[in-house]
Design a protein around this ligand. Structure first.
Ligand code: NDP
Ligand code: 8X3
Length: 251
């Protein structure tokens, strides 16, 4: 039987790449995001059964209503990819803009909570489903300027583990993908639309591509039903962890 996947944040980057890959694999798609033009264009382009939700994941009532009012043929969601998210700014905590911190918390934490909470009961009722969260290496490792963004992704990791604890005894799977450096619209958003600055981030190196993450999402869904991949941390070869930083007096 044809399966259904709901991908949040399908207007660009990882979400769009997932939409294209799962369309090729003939899944039914529910695609969400705020940019309606991109969503409609993508829907027109993909020759599969699809439904779009023009939705801000921060809007709890909208997420609730959209899920409650899905057309009947899209109601049985097999896979939820909680992908919508963003980083804003890369400055030190003491100079950070609280609005930006709140936007990251509202999107990466609360939006992901809403989508999960409204879709999970159906999965539990059917005793079947897979929640795939998009975390980040920033939730595992500190870096200067990662402050609240990394902390939101640490939430996503622990929430994923705790969901597994609650879902023990069901057939529902939960996985957290933790990508490193990947070229999408991520840095353009992080630097408030400054494309030149964003391009500099990826110049002279081979970052992960959105398609690399889509491949991992798909691979997770193809595991035998008794297999749960808890976490996948993935970096491009050109990225690694740094040594501990030490400050010496006088430096
Ligand atoms: P993009 O900026 O290309 O995509 C982000 C997506 O999230 C867009 O489709 C955007 O849609 C959506 N989104 C953002 N805010 C909202 C909102 N309030 N409501 C609904 N949708 C929203 O970046 P990526 O593809 O790179 O990012 C996808 C996920 O991957 C994010 O969670 C990010 O934190 C994570 N990640 C990214 C890495 C990278 O280096 N690129 C590495 C590790 C993790 P729209 O604007 O249309 O609403
Ligand atoms: C995005 C990866 O390293 O830019 O989550 O924070 S990083």
């Amino acid at each position: 039987m044809q399966k259904t996947i709901l991908i949040t944040g399908a207007t660009s980057g990882f979400g769009e790449a997932c939409a294209r890959l799962f369309a090729r694999e003939n899944w039914k798609l529910i695609l969400t995001g705020r940019r309606s033009d991109q969503l409609r264009k993508l829907q027109d382009e993909l020759a599969v059964d699809s439904h779009i939700l023009i939705q801000d994941v921060r809007d709890r009532e909208a997420v609730k209503n959209d899920i409650a009012n899905l057309p009947e043929s899209f109601q049985s969601i097999d896979v939820l990819v909680n992908n919508a998210g963003l980083a804003l700014g890369l400055g030190p905590a003491q100079e950070a803009d609280l609005e930006q911190w709140e936007t990251m918390v509202d999107t990466n934490i609360k939006g992901l909570m809403y989508c999960t909470r409204f879709i999970l009961p159906g999965m539990v009722q059917r005793n079947s489903g897979h929640i795939i969260n998009i975390g980040s290496v920033a939730g595992n490792w500190p870096y200067p300027g990662g402050n609240v963004y990394g902390a939101t992704k640490a939430f996503v990791k622990q929430f994923s583990h705790n969901l597994r604890a609650d879902l023990l005894g069901t057939n529902i799977r939960v996985s957290n993908i933790e990508p490193g450096f990947a070229e999408t619209e991520f840095s353009i958003v992080r630097f408030k639309g400054d494309k030149e600055k964003a391009d500099e981030i990826y110049s002279g190196l081979q970052p992960l591509r959105a398609e690399d993450i889509a491949d991992i999402v798909f691979w997770l869904t193809t595991q035998l039903p008794h297999v749960n991949i808890n976490r996948v941390e993935v970096m491009p070869v050109c990225q690694s962890c740094g040594p501990f930083a030490i400050h010496r007096e006088g430096e």
